[in-house]
Structures are given as structure tokens and as C-alpha cells.
Design a protein. Structure first.
Length: 466
């Protein structure tokens, strides 16, 4: 296997390079009205439109998307459909352990919900429910993994399994892995296929989608674009990592950058050496952690933070990734699987995800204004967006008198608010320092024999609010 062929860089993502970009939809032709206007054509916006239209078929729902549906994180992520949710431990402190357990159970159930709806709608997204395997590769990581496993069990995951080095290798032979934890609440998928199929399903229900229509301002009953304004009793902001581009939202959520690479297809001999027959999604317990999957066509797609943040909350240009990030991810790949040292990296890309100041995912409907929003998923949005969308559906039905309180509307993340991020240059300096501390901590832990988490990583956790 050769490394001489150049790597495709950007072009949105490998997922789109493989399956093709969707046919463009028409932009907003002028001023319009709707019952519900959804800003953002990613997972959150499309799932919300889907569930609202299913619940109340006569609703006039309009989705406004700045580029095309799935242009953002929904079409660029690592394809992890799993049960992690940002902020659960904080919600346990604020609302009690049992409230957080209910939130976790809702996330567990959401994995199956996405799979079931995809099947019902005929969306072929290369879904394989092999669970999630997270490995430890140093004594400090093993100590964190053991503690993490115990916490997850305490939050109701009694089907989670703790594995030693030999049992881990029987699943996936990751070099240096000393332990792992596995949960069945996870699946691998092709994120672009899912979002394209979901957009088609939403349109088939009668929802109007306008693409190439950036929303510049959201105010009560108004979504303002260069081509006209959509007026609606409910306007929902579902823009995740692109939220900073809307007037007045620059410091609401920080657009954190995450990058990925994917190998050429790997032959059977390599898979015999690696294992990975269960096609679990794969992560680790490093501070600057990685995430990976074995794709449907037998490649390895692996990602990490790369250059984590661009000054002024800027976002990337169609997924183009810095060469040093590509090299760093390749190094991680080879550290995990040394037999891949000569493997060609076929594609690299980046995308942004939304990070609130307290790292807590939220879903909210302001009943006094009709404005709603969901996001801040901090990298776990493939599943969380589905739960958020069903929650927004219930909140709107409750507010409009078409339904009452539900189990979802009582979850502890509903209505959670947090202070804004610091202004520049403090925001940029803080994020750069945080990830420098994490990378340094990972390096020191990899060469140490201590089971203690590096003190600089603990300090970074406190300062960042994680």
C-alpha cells in the first residue's frame, strides 16, 4: 500500500466524496410565512421538522439552510451514533442523580430510535450496531477508564462491560491497550447518507426546505435572510457550530474544530491482524481524545481536535484541514495500529461543533417569544440531535395547546441557560492554552507509570468548565 498518492483535502468530507453531493434546492424566493420556521438544515433542524410534521401534519413548516442540508457537522462527523451526552454530570449536580439517570436513559433509547426511523423511512446509511469500545493505553488512562466505567454503571448502564487487555485485543488489537469499556448503546453509520435520507423524508412529508439561504438575524416571529423574511409564531435556531454567524450570537457557542482522515480500503490481511470484526466505534481515554470507525467499505476513519479553534469564531472553508493536523492524525492512527505505517490516507476534512461555556447540551423554547433552540452537543450530536428534536416537538405542542407535559419536556437539560464565552482575544487564548495543556498531559502520561491524571489536565478541566 503506497503513501505517494496525494490526500484529498476538504471537499466537505469523505462521506460526500463517496456518495455525492445532494441536488441543490431552491433558495427562499422572498418574504414568506409559516407556522414553524427552522433555521439550520442539519440533524437537529431536520429531525425537528420530521417529528413536528408527523405529530401535526397540517403544520406549515419551513427549513432555512445557509448552504445545503448536511453541509455542517451532520455531514462531516465521525459517524458515531452513541449514547454520550454533554453535561450529564453537571445536570446531576443541579437537578439530582435520578433526573440525570432519566436523561441518560433517554439517550440510550435515542440510539435505537434513529436506527428504527432510518429503517422505516428506507434510509440506507450503512448502520451497524456494534456498540462503542473505549480503550486505555497508559496507567493514567486505565485509572480514568475504570472510574468512568463505574460512573456509567451508576447512571443505569448495567449492560456495560469492563475489559482487560486480552479481552480488548479479542475485539480490536489496539497497540498498547491495557483495558477497555464497551457499551451496546452505539452504532456506526455514514453521516452524510443519514442526513441526505432524512432531508428527503422531510420533504416527502410536505416540509418546505430552502437552501443557499443564510439567516442573518433571528428575532421573535422573524427569521431574516438576504432574500426575504420568514414570519412564524415559532422560530427555532438549530445551527450548532455555525451559531456565531447569526447577529447577536457571536459568544453563545464556541465553534470547536474537529478533523478527520480516512484510509484507503484495507485488505483482508490487515483486518486479520487488527480484528475489529464487531465494527464497534472506537475511542480512547486521552484528554485530546480520538474517535474512529471501520467503514462499510473497510477503511478506517479516525478523527480528533486538530487546530481546535479559529480566532473570532471563524469556521473552515469547505472542510479544508491544515497539513500538520493531517500528519498528527496519521501519527495517532499508526500508534494505534502500527501495521498501517505504509497505508495511504485518502481524504482529510474538518468541521465545527458547538461548545457552550459550561459544556452542557441544551434544548429550550422561550414561551414568551416563540424562539427555541437546541445544540451545544460538544461532539455527540448524531444521537443528541434526535432527542433534542423530539423534545422541541413536545415543547411546541405543549405551548400551542396541542399537548401537555411529557417525559421529554421534564428532562433536566430543558431550559438550561449559561453565560456567554469571553470576548476575543481571551476566547482564542483560552482554547489554545487548554488544548496545549491536554496534549502535553497526554504526552507525559504516555511515558509515565503513574495512575494519576496529569495535573495540567486537571487544571485545564477546571478553567474550561468541563
Amino acid at each position: 500500500m503506497s503513501t505517494t498518492t496525494s490526500t484529498v483535502n476538504g471537499g466537505i468530507s469523505f462521506w460526500y466524496a463517496r456518495s455525492g453531493l445532494p441536488a441543490p434546492r431552491e433558495p427562499l424566493p422572498g418574504d414568506a410565512t409559516a407556522d414553524v420556521c427552522i433555521v439550520g438544515g442539519g440533524y437537529t433542524g431536520l429531525w425537528t421538522a420530521y417529528y413536528l410534521k408527523k405529530a401535526v401534519p397540517f403544520l406549515n413548516i419551513t427549513v432555512l439552510e445557509a448552504s445545503f442540508c448536511g453541509y455542517g457537522a451532520s455531514g462531516r462527523n465521525g459517524g458515531w451514533l452513541y449514547n454520550g451526552i454533554a453535561g450529564r454530570d453537571r445536570y446531576a449536580k443541579l437537578h439530582g442523580h435520578e433526573a440525570a439517570v432519566r436523561l441518560q436513559q433517554a439517550m440510550n433509547d435515542s440510539v435505537g430510535e434513529v436506527i428504527a426511523v432510518a429503517a422505516d423511512e428506507g434510509i440506507e446509511a450503512d448502520v451497524h450496531r456494534g456498540g462503542v469500545l473505549e480503550v486505555a493505553r497508559s496507567p493514567a488512562q486505565r485509572a480514568r477508564l475504570t472510574a468512568y466505567h463505574s460512573v456509567e454503571v451508576a447512571f443505569g448502564e448495567h449492560d456495560r462491560v469492563l475489559l482487560g487487555a486480552r479481552e480488548t485485543a479479542e475485539r480490536i488489537r489496539v497497540a498498547g491497550a491495557v483495558a477497555a469499556t464497551w457499551t451496546p448503546h452505539g452504532a456506526r453509520l455514514d453521516p452524510a447518507k443519514l442526513v441526505k435520507g432524512l432531508a428527503a423524508a422531510v420533504e416527502a412529508l410536505g416540509v418546505t426546505i430552502h437552501e443557499s439561504t443564510p439567516v442573518t438575524e433571528i428575532r421573535p416571529q422573524h427569521a431574516v435572510t438576504p432574500y426575504g423574511t420568514v414570519r412564524a409564531p415559532y422560530v427555532l435556531r438549530c445551527t450548532e457550530g455555525f451559531t456565531a454567524g447569526i447577529k447577536g450570537q457571536r459568544r453563545t457557542w464556541l465553534p470547536m474544530n474537529s478533523s478527520m482522515i480516512v484510509t484507503e480500503p484495507l485488505p483482508p490481511s490487515v483486518w486479520e491482524a487488527i480484528g475489529w470484526d464487531g465494527r464497534e466505534t472506537l475511542g480512547d481515554l486521552a484528554h485530546a481524545y480520538v474517535y474512529a470507525q471501520r467503514t462499510a467499505d473497510d477503511r478506517i476513519a479516525i478523527g480528533g481536535r486538530g487546530v481546535p479553534y479559529r480566532y473570532g469564531s471563524r469556521t473552515d472553508n469547505d472542510g479544508r484541514t491544515q497539513p500538520e493536523t493531517v500528519a498528527a492524525l496519521r501519527d495517532v492512527l499508526v500508534r494505534f495500529f502500527p501495521t498501517l505505517a505504509g497505508t495511504r490516507i485518502e481524504h482529510a476534512w474538518s468541521g465545527v461543533l458547538g461548545v457552550p461555556r459550561d459544556w452542557c447540551a441544551t434544548v429550550t423554547l422561550d414561551r414568551s417569544t416563540g424562539l427555541g433552540w437546541a445544540g451545544g452537543y460538544v461532539g455527540s450530536g448524531v444521537t443528541t440531535a434526535n432527542l433534542a428534536a423530539r423534545t422541541l416537538r413536545d415543547l411546541i405542542q405543549q405551548d400551542s395547546g396541542q399537548g401537555g407535559a411529557t417525559e421529554l419536556t421534564s428532562l433536566p437539560w430543558v431550559g438550561h441557560r449559561v453565560r456567554k464565552w469571553e470576548p476575543e482575544p481571551l476566547r482564542w487564548l483560552g482554547v489554545q492554552a487548554m488544548y496545549a495543556a491536554y496534549r502535553g498531559a497526554d504526552h507525559r502520561e504516555s511515558t509515565a507509570h503513574s495512575t494519576e491524571t496529569d495535573r495540567m489536565a486537571r487544571l485545564a478541566d477546571r478553567v474550561s468548565g468541563r
